[in-house]
Write a protein that binds this ligand. Structure first.
Ligand code: ZN
Length: 419
């Protein structure tokens, strides 16, 4: 579940870097005129829009409730996409916009520590560039190259890096409805050419939230959330078409969702008393630090075999995870089997079937989804499964931005790109 800070978006008006944002009232007011004629009817260049539907599994497209997304997939390309480990929201959203794996971009978890800041813990509300500056997100690179960007939410988009932010950005508010998020994007595209963004991000958290509450199996409430997002996408497409605004849409997710159950809990207290280590993160995986340089006791307790869970010293995490080199990765990582959780105490909210993510990125439950459609994409249907580090290369290609060095490339999309 996305849990980063709930800020009143109207507070945006108080922030110096946020001058171009709108209030809820202007967004709402714009709805009424959203299909009216435009002041400038000249031919528009395609823009690039990256949309994240947090926690959207590829099989959600097969449930007969996503006519708009399915039509977009049919008109372009779509794929199962491998997330990066850990299959958490912040590490993977930062991978999508930097092209780097978590070990290389520094957002190694939703919660993490850094020995350079003893006693501090990164949480998802943190906007201190210290945590974010190991990689440059696409909107900063774009702004440096004169490509105007706008972010309707994205993890890290509120952080000032190299003195820059997106030209337009909103402080995250889970309470801002999906309709208003879409209307804000459409309003940006209603501007004159000089102040219209050429690269836009849009983020939806409601499918992930429903997946956490109800699990990923077919069910009325989860499907209502999926169906609502599908309608938001349909509305967005319709509004952009009414504006005569061509768009290369890249719609993706950060990870999948596995079914969890209160009977599938691994208790850390059964492994080692809690006063003998420091817990950095728990839940769908655990990160553990020793209390002193002497790791003998915690190595003996954690590195032995466990039912339904494997633990590694960070230097020995299997190579396929590509995780463990960054100093922010905890000294010991414990990874339960998909569908199991690891806690000191079972949380009060864990009372029935729900869902979670953070597991092995190659487990089928953790696979994310991808589709791309627009004038820059030829309709090739389903393409081979690829790693999410490659999305950055696709975005920089579509938005005509000179890419920074990354861990991905354009090869998964080569057959589908129009010159
Ligand atoms: Zn997520």
């Amino acid at each position: 579940m996305i849990r980063y800070i709930l800020q009143a978006f109207v507070a945006c008006a108080l922030l110096a870097g946020c001058a171009a944002t709108q209030t809820a009232e202007t967004v709402e007011a714009s709805t009424a005129t959203s299909t009216s004629a435009l002041p400038d009817q000249q031919v528009r260049e395609p823009i690039t829009m990256l949309i994240s539907i947090d926690g959207f599994r590829p099989d959600y497209l097969d449930r007969g409730i996503t006519p708009h997304l399915s039509a977009l997939a049919a008109s372009g390309i779509y794929a199962d996409m491998r997330s990066s480990f850990p299959t958490k929201t912040f590490p993977n959203h930062w991978t999508l916009v930097t092209g780097k794996r978590p070990d290389n971009h520094g957002i190694v978890g939703n919660s993490m520590e850094d020995m350079a800041r003893p006693g501090q813990k990164f949480t998802m509300a943190n906007k201190d560039p210290f945590w974010w500056d190991q990689a440059e997100p696409i909107w900063i690179t774009a702004e440096k190259q004169g490509v105007r960007t706008a972010t309707m939410f994205w993890p890290g988009s509120e952080v000032e890096l190299d003195g820059k932010r997106p030209s337009d950005w909103w402080p995250f508010s889970e309470a801002l409805s999906n309709d208003r998020r879409v209307n804000a994007v459409v309003d940006w595209m209603r501007r004159p050419a000089a102040t219209r963004p050429q690269l836009v991000t849009l983020y939806f958290d409601t499918v992930d939230t429903a997946g956490h509450y109800y699990g990923p199996a077919p069910g009325e409430k989860l499907h209502a959330a999926i169906s609502a997002i599908d309608q938001n996408i349909g509305h967005l497409k319709e509004q952009l078409a009414a504006l005569g605004q061509p768009v290369n849409l890249v719609i993706t997710s950060d990870h999948g969702m596995a079914e969890t159950h209160p009977d599938r809990v691994i208790y850390l207290d059964n492994i080692l008393p809690r006063d003998q280590y420091r817990l950095v993160v728990d839940g769908n995986y655990a990160g553990i630090e020793p209390l002193s340089d002497d790791m003998t006791a915690i190595n003996a307790a954690f590195l032995k075999p466990h039912d339904n869970m494997e633990c590694w010293n960070k230097a020995n995490i299997p190579a396929r995870f590509q995780y463990g080199k960054n100093p922010r990765v905890p000294s010991i990582i414990c990874l339960p089997q998909s569908g199991w959780v690891v806690y000191q105490d079972k949380p009060g909210w864990m009372t029935g079937i729900g869902g979670g993510h953070g597991y092995d990125h190659l487990h089928p439950d953790m696979i994310a989804f991808f589709l791309a459609s627009g004038p820059g994409i030829a309709g090739n249907g389903k393409i081979e499964t690829f790693d999410n580090v490659d999305i950055y290369s696709l975005l920089t290609h579509l938005a005509e931005i000179k890419a920074k060095e990354s861990d991905g490339d354009l090869s998964p999309f080569k057959q589908a790109l129009r010159p």
